[in-house]
Write a protein that binds this ligand. Structure first.
Ligand code: MSP
Length: 651
């Protein structure tokens, strides 16, 4: 029986659509899942949504929706993006599902039965953005460094004896250092454990949204305690013991570095308390930033993965994220770099090799290639690349795995330049040599494509089809990446898969409205789907009308002015601090000639929420206030016809 491999990603909060940071996690985990399948493991890959956060409840209420109906809608949005990105998940867990609720209640019951839950009183800070209890030492100037605000809460809570698990956790990490990867994350956690652990609150009192604590239905299970259990509930804990026995423990939890503590301290302690086995490994990947700034919904600087797919296609985006960033380290997203990598890796290297193999096979051998003698040096290059690839992928160095596969592609192009098939073709006595050269290059491309299957699945499958592979891509195994100097291959032709993108792709230009290619035909980027290069970088519109998609890129929201002061040495500028529902922000607006600060405090205004920050008179402004500016007159703020909560969207 094949060895099993159960892997998961973090489940996402649904207080907004997925951004490129979430996509980075799902794409890299998908590459691992696909690599494990390729290596013959019986693999189970689970992703999902974390729905019991207070922000979700508030957002749903603001939109006049039942929270569950809101979550249903978000599930659709998330699944659509994961489909576009070719994420091959086997199951999608939601924390509002009955199977999860049953599982959470069973785990809490077990932990309580073991004596690890007691009733107490919590008085302290809570950050809704992080959904975390905060200590003074976690705050900067009395605020959460990520979400600005914290609430002081006082309530009866149920506590988990986390402190009891400090020594067992230290012992586990000492015996299994691979439990936390990469090493930097392990060291952070070891430092934290060495400084001691406090018990934690695992319930919230008086909340309407969540899973009731089994022995106290007036409280709900704290959202993180609830969410972590998804890894067990997704494989039947408390609902289907046979399934649970088959898949638990998980081999790998892929998560972002910001939530390592939850996964490597609280989660294993919960499992120890309940007498369950611990996952083999937690891998904390780094963060995607834009212009060096952490990408996050609350900072309003998120990149929409669908926009990137519309520009370059799904696989170029996947490869860019996998190959450019050392897995475990941080990465900075740049449109210019995405375009550059597309042109180098796809248009030049891979695209060139695919079209040259097809053209030469057709021209010199009528589209059919067979070996005629012993293989040349490409066979050695491919064997070494396969070895490096395996070693890299096995230790989750995804970028090195990608680089190893591309070494074969590069060598294939070099080999053509070196052997000059067109010159060999001039003399009939070179016939066997020419056959072998052409076969070798096609075989090198086949091997490279097998290695690329987990990384750029649609494109690799298309390349395999073109080099005459008859096995369906999902049935191909890694052992088929060994060199085969045998058999006749029919080389298929087709459109150029990745035309160069000459014109700069710019984010704030309209995104190509052509529908994105289906995941299975991922090799055809949006550029080639229409056969028209300009589809990637649309030419100027004949008039200045925009599509609804363009409009929806502008995130307009309601905000409330908390403080206002004129900016010194400026006639026009006013510095405002505003409440945008999820956080407090600073914004600089050119309205000082029209309004006095006192007139503004307490006012409800409209803002552009997702504008990149800009510095005005040395002050960083996050957003833009909506005002009408009559010719030659003073600006007049846009107002609302009724009471409306900060953070509400304007459409
Ligand atoms: N709901 C919790 C996770 C619970 S898991 C039991 C949560 N959700 S989240 O939506 O905020 O984040 C989901 C995942 O995306 C996390 O692993 C997080 O680290 C990751 N990322 C969020 N922003 C990111 C970047 N800018 N870059 C890379 N990963 C990012 O936390």
């Amino acid at each position: 029986m094949a060895a099993r491999f159960y892997l998961t990603t973090a489940i996402d909060y649904v207080n907004g659509p997925p951004h490129l940071g979430h996509a980075y996690e799902k794409i890299t985990a998908d590459a691992i899942a696909r690599y494990k399948r390729l290596s013959g493991f019986d693999t189970w890959f689970v992703i999902g949504n974390d729905e019991h956060s207070q922000n979700v409840y508030r957002l749903a209420k603001e939109q006049g929706l039942d929270p569950l109906a809101y979550c249903d809608r978000m599930e659709g949005e998330y699944r659509a993006v994961w489909k576009l990105l070719d994420i091959s998940y086997d199951d999608f867990i939601r924390t509002t599902q009955p199977r999860h609720r049953a599982s959470v209640q069973e785990l809490v019951r077990r932990i309580a039965a073991g004596g690890d839950v007691y009733e107490g009183f919590y008085e302290g800070w809570y950050c809704v953005g992080c959904e975390a209890f905060k200590q003074e030492k976690d705050l900067v100037d009395g605020k959460c460094p990520l979400h600005s605000t914290v609430d002081w809460i006082k309530e009866k809570n149920h506590f988990f004896r986390l402190s009891k698990y400090r020594d067992p956790l230290l012992a586990h990490i000492a015996a299994h250092p691979e439990f936390i990867e990469p090493e930097a994350r392990r060291n952070e956690i070891l430092k934290l454990l060495e400084s001691g652990l406090d018990d934690i609150s695992i319930s919230r009192a008086g909340q309407a949204w969540g899973i009731p604590v089994p022995h106290d239905p007036s409280s709900v299970v704290y959202v993180w305690f609830d969410a972590l259990i998804n890894y067990a509930s997704a494989v039947g804990f408390g609902t289907d013991e046979a399934v649970f026995a088959r898949w638990w423990p998980a081999e790998l939890h892929v998560i972002g570095k910001d939530i390592t503590r939850f996964h490597t301290v609280i989660w294993p302690a919960m499992l120890m308390s309940a007498g369950l086995a611990l996952p083999r490994q937690v891998f904390g990947h780094g963060f995607m930033s834009v212009d060096g700034q952490r990408m996050s919904k609350s900072l309003g600087n998120v990149v929409d993965p669908a926009a990137a797919v519309a520009k370059v296609g799904v696989d170029p985006l996947r490869l860019y994220l996998i190959k450019e960033v050392t897995y475990g380290g941080d990465g900075d997203f740049s449109w210019a770099r995405l375009q550059e990598r597309y042109n180098v890796d796809f248009a030049n290297n891979l695209g060139n090799l695919v079209s040259r193999v097809a053209a030469m096979a057709e021209k010199y051998r009528g589209g059919r290639l067979a070996p005629a003698e012993a293989p040349g040096r490409l066979a050695t290059v491919a064997a070494k690349a396969l070895e490096d690839y395996r070693a890299a992928m096995d230790r989750l160095a995804l970028e090195e795995g990608a680089a190893a596969a591309f070494r074969i592609v590069d060598a294939g192009n070099e080999y053509i330049a070196e052997t000059e098939p067109w010159a060999l073709a001039r003399d009939e006595k070179n016939a066997a040599r020419l056959s072998q050269v052409l076969f070798d290059v096609a075989e090198a491309l086949r091997v490279a494509a097998v290695l690329l299957l987990p990384l750029i699945p649609g494109s690799a499958a298309e390349i395999l089809r073109r080099v005459g592979e008859t096995t369906a891509a999902d049935r191909i195994r890694l052992d088929s990446a060994t060199w085969r100097n045998e058999g006749e291959r029919t080389i298929g032709k087709g459109a150029n898969l990745w035309p160069r993108i000459e014109r700069t792709i710019v984010t704030d230009q309209p995104v190509n409205p052509t529908p994105a290619p289906p995941a299975s035909a991922a090799a055809s980027t949006s550029a080639t789907a229409s056969g028209d290069k300009t589809a990637v970088t649309p030419a100027a519109a004949p008039d200045n009308r925009i599509t609804i998609d363009d409009f929806l890129k502008v995130d307009l929201r309601v905000a409330k002015v908390l403080t206002a002061e004129k900016v010194p040495n400026s006639r026009k500028l006013m510095k405002l601090s505003i409440d945008v529902g999820t956080e407090q922000r600073t914004l600089v607006a050119g309205i000082a000639e029209a309004y006095e600060p006192e007139q503004l405090v307490g006012k409800t205004v409209g803002i552009v929420f997702n504008l990149k920050p800009a510095k005005l008179m040395g002050i960083e402004s996050n957003g833009m206030i909506l005002a009408a500016s009559p010719e030659g007159g003073k600006p007049v703020l846009v107002a609302f016809d009724g009471d409306i909560a900060p953070g509400s969207r304007i459409r």
